[in-house]
Design a protein around this ligand. Sequence first.
Ligand code: HDD
Length: 704
Amino acid sequence: MTGPQSEPTAKQRQLATYQVDPLDGRHLTTDQGIRVPDTDNSLRAGARGPSLLEDFHLREKIMRFDHERIPERVVHARGSGAHGYFQVYESLADRTAATFLHDPSVRTPVFVRFSTVQGSRGSADTPRDVRGFATKFYTEQGNFDLVGNNMPVFFIQDGIKFPDLVHALKPEPQHEMPQAASAHDTFWDFVSLQPETMHHVIWLMSDRALPRSFRTMQGFGVHTFRLVDAAGRSTFVKFHWTPVLGTHSLVWDEAQKIAGKDPDFNRRDLWEAIEAGHFPEYELGMQFVPEEREYDFDDIDLLDPTKIIPEEVVPVTPVGRMVLDRNPENFFAETEQVAFCVGNVVPGIDFTNDPLLQARLFSYLDTQLTRLGGPNFAQLPINQPVAPVANHQQDGFHQQTIRRGPANYHPHSIGGDGPLPAGPDARPFVSYPEVVDGPKERRRSTTFADHYSQATLFWNSMSDWERQHIVAAYRFELGKVTEPRIRTRVVGHLNRIDHDLATMVAAGIGVPAPEGGVENHGRRSAALSQATTGQATILGRKIAFLVTDGVDRESVGVLQDALTAGGAIVELLAPVDGEVSTADGGGLPVTRALTTVASVLYDAVVLPAGEEAAVALTGDGYAVHFVAEAYKHGKPIGVLGDGLAVFSQAGLTAPVPNRDGVGDAAGVVVQSPAGPAVDGFVSAFVEAVARHRHFDRPLDVVAA
Ligand code: HDD
C-alpha cells in the first residue's frame, strides 16, 4: 500500500502542460496581461471620493468572482477525487479487446471521484447515503468511465424513474429540508409506493451507507456490462472493487456526530492518506457470465439492476488493482470539473439492454451541458483522453482549440482527406451485434417482477449486530416520517422481506405488528456481510492515546512504536496542546488538544500508565467521555496500568487479566502491571484494532 510515487504518466504530463504554477516572482496582471500596481484599493476620485467605473481591474476582479460558481451536480454534488493507476494482473485478451486489460506491465492512469448522493456540495461527508465510486481510465484506446456506487444494486429498474426517485430523495421542495438525509416523508412515500426499491433500501439501512473511509469501501459497476473479445465473442460481466484495507463502517450515532465535528471526515482521510504515502488500493474483480448462460439463473434477470448475482453462484475473479497515489492539484479544475459519462467505453467493453443503464447513457452526457456550460467539456484537462482526438466537431461555448483549414465535414477532398473512419486494423469501437427484435411498448419484463427475495437474502446474510443496526436505521428513518400511513406501508413491505424484521421495526415506530408475512427462503450469501469482509490489518487506523502530565513514557513509546510500525497513525491527545511532562521528568509532544477532537474521529483509544496522569484524566470530563463514547461505538480500547482508573471512571468493567497480567475481551485489552506494553498486550491490541469494531460487548452500560 505504501510505496514510491509512480513515474509520471501520459495523463500527468498532459495535465502538467496546463498548470500555471509557480506564480512566485511574477507580476500581478489582469486577464488581459496588463500589469497591476495595486489590488487593495479601487480607483477613486480622491481618497474619500466615489469609485470610478473606468477601474478595469476592479470590474474584472469582481466580475470574475461573481461567476466562480458552476451548477453543482444534480446528484452526487459532494465529492472527493484522487489520481492513480490501474494495472491488470494477467491478460484478459481471451475475454476483451480492451488493451488496457491485456498487458500487466502497463499502468493505465485513472482519476477517481468518490461522492455522496443526496447532499449539496457543501454538505457533510457522513450522512446515511449511497456513495459514488466513479473511475475514469485514461486508456490508449480512449477514456473508459466506470461510474459505480458502493452498493451493488440500484433503487429502480428503469431510468425513466430516476427524476422521481431523486426528487423524492432530495430536500423537500417547499422548504429545502432535510439536507443530506433520506429520513423524510417524500423519500419513504416514494419507496413505499415503488417496491422495486426494497432491495437497495435495505442496503441503505445497513452500515454500508456509513463507510468509515473511502479507503474501506467497496465499489460496484451495478449493471451487467459486456466484454467483447477481438473475435467478437461476448461475455457478460459485473465489476467489483474491493478495498485492500477491508470494508469497514461507522455506526450511526458516530456518523451524526462526525457531521458536526469534522464534516470533511472522509475527504480529509483520503487526502491525508495519500499525502502520507498510504496509497489507497482496490482490487478489481469481475463476475463473468458467458453469453450462452444468460438464462441459467432462475430468479435473476441479468438486465435487472436491482439484483446481484451472489458470489456463491458466480465467483468474483480478481483481475487487477488500482492504486490512488496523487492528490489533485486543484479541487475545482479536477474534482469539480471531471465529467463522468457512462457511455464512455472503449473497444472490448459494451452495454447491455438494462433499461437503467440505457437511460444513463443519455443523462451523463446531457447533464454536462448545463453543469460545465457547453459541449466542449471534453477539452477540460481532467476530461481529455490521452488517446489522440480527431473529428469534425466544432465551435460551441468554450472551444479551446483552433482548427485549421476549411474541411470540417466528411467526406472531403480539400487539404488532405482526414480524419477517416477507422478500418478493422485500427481496432475501432464496433457495437456488439446483438440481435434485437420486438414491438415498441412501455412494458416491464415479468422477469423483473420479484422485488423482495434478494432483500431477504441480504437480511439473512447479516450477522446479529448488523441486523440490530438495520432495525435501528429503519426505526430512525421511519421515526422521522410524519405520515403514519407511510410508516405502515413500509412495514408491509418489510413483512414480505422477513416477518421478524418487520415486527422489530414496527415495534419501534408505533405501527401495529404486521400479521402473516411470507416464508423466508433461508438463503444466505456470506460475501454480503461486513462481518466477513474485514482484513487483518491496522494500516491506516487512527489511534488516540489520552495523555497528560505524569504519563509513563515507556507505556506510550513501546505501544506507539508497534502500532506505527504496522502503519497505524498514533496521536497523543492531552487536555491542552503543547507538551506533557512524563513521569521520568522528560516531555512528549502533544498532537492535539482533547477539546479540539472527539473519540468519533478515531478508530481506537489507548489509556497509558502513569499514576499522576490517570488521576488527572479521571477528573477530566472530556477524557472520560472520550473513553465511554469509544466503548459505545465498539472501538478497541487499550488500558495500561493506572490507565484503568480512567476506564473505570467511565463506568466500564475491564476484563480479568491472565497470569501474565493481560486481559482481553470484546476489544478491551488491559495490562495490569504498569510500564511498557508486554508482547501479549501488543499482539492482543493489534488484533483488536485489526478487527475494527467489537459489537459483541454489552453496549447498554454507558450513556455517551
Ligand atoms: Fe448517476 C452522477 C452513479 C443511476 C444520472 N451517478 C453519478 C455519479 C455516480 C453515479 C457515481 C457521480 C459521478 C461523479 O463523481 O461525477 N448513477 C450511478 C449509479 C447508478 C446511477 C451506480 C445506477 C446503477 N444516474 C443514474 C440514472 C441516471 C443518473 C438512472 C439518469 C437517468 N448520475 C446521473 C446524472 C449525474 C450522475 C444526473 C449527476 C452529475 C453527473 O451525472 O455528471 O447525470
